[in-house]
Design a protein around this ligand. Structure first.
Ligand code: PEP
Length: 253
């Protein structure tokens, strides 16, 4: 079975102490994950080691970075490189979240570099794509997402693309409480998978986890995750509430 992932995105929320308490409360639920399931916590950079220490004894739980630099190393004050993440054994990095695209002007070509640098350092990119409301209303969302994938990912070999996780996050659903309908989510996930199959192969497309993001809650996770092409979720708001995120982890196929 394809890997199924519940990924928490804490964004720029919580103090260190609140983060410790949140993780401890979720871990106290003692949810056992199957070999194809993962619970991933994308926490702020200063909390990575704390999260890793807490998750260390738990099978299939991992900490993730929320971003990394597109530069290898050097005079880039304030940046964090993929090599630095690798040196503390980080396995996942979220890339191209819509907030980074919107507030930090990240473009498809920069994200191609970031993805390449993560892969070169053995870090699994959780590559975010998704359309704004105006594009959805114009009915051109599939082409929009396809362009994001083509411009950032399609320079990779089949072997490389198999190491990537994709997160489809319609921007109009992020933090708005407005979730894509099951039909809208499945339709886009199937389209992303078909696009991957056409570029690479059906086997590779079938191998790549495609997470849904956009107001995933404890109450709707099971319905969304049950969809044939939805392989878990990238979760913002609900990942900050221990009981809710625990329920979201439990909803994995
Ligand atoms: C996100 O941050 O990626 C996200 C989907 O947020 P929310 O779950 O709050 O919509």
């Amino acid at each position: 079975m394809r890997q199924q992932i519940a990924a928490a995105n804490w964004k720029m929320n919580l103090t260190y102490q609140q983060g410790e308490e949140l993780l401890d409360t979720i871990l106290a639920e003692d949810i056992t994950l199957s070999t194809h399931q993962r619970a991933v916590f994308a926490v702020p950079f200063p909390y990575l080691t704390m999260a890793q220490l807490r998750l260390a004894g738990k099978k299939h739980y991992a900490a993730a970075a929320q971003n990394c630099s597109d530069k290898k190393s050097g005079a880039y004050t304030g940046e964090v490189s993929a090599e630095m993440l690798k040196s503390i054994h980080i396995q996942y990095c979220v890339l191209g979240h819509s907030e980074r695209r919107e507030y930090f002007s990240e473009q498809n070509d920069t994200l191609a570099h970031k993805t390449a640098i993560c892969l070169a350092n053995g870090i699994t990119p959780i590559f975010c794509c998704g359309e704004p409301l105006a594009i959805r209303e114009a009915g051109i969302q599939t082409g929009f997402v396809e362009t994001q994938l083509k411009e950032s990912l399609f320079q990779f070999s089949e072997e490389e693309i198999r190491k990537i996780v994709i997160a489809y996050e319609p921007i109009w659903a992020i933090g708005t409480g407005k979730t894509a309908s099951a039909h809208q989510a499945q339709e886009m996930h199937a389209h992303i998978r078909a696009t991957l199959a056409a570029k690479y192969s059906p086997a590779t497309a079938n191998h790549i986890p495609i997470l849904y993001g956009g107001s995933v809650k404890a109450g709707n996770a099971a319905e969304l995750f049950a969809l044939p092409d939805v392989d878990g979720g990238l979760v913002g708001g609900a990942s900050l509430v221990a009981a809710d995120f625990a329920q979201i982890i439990r909803a994995l196929k």
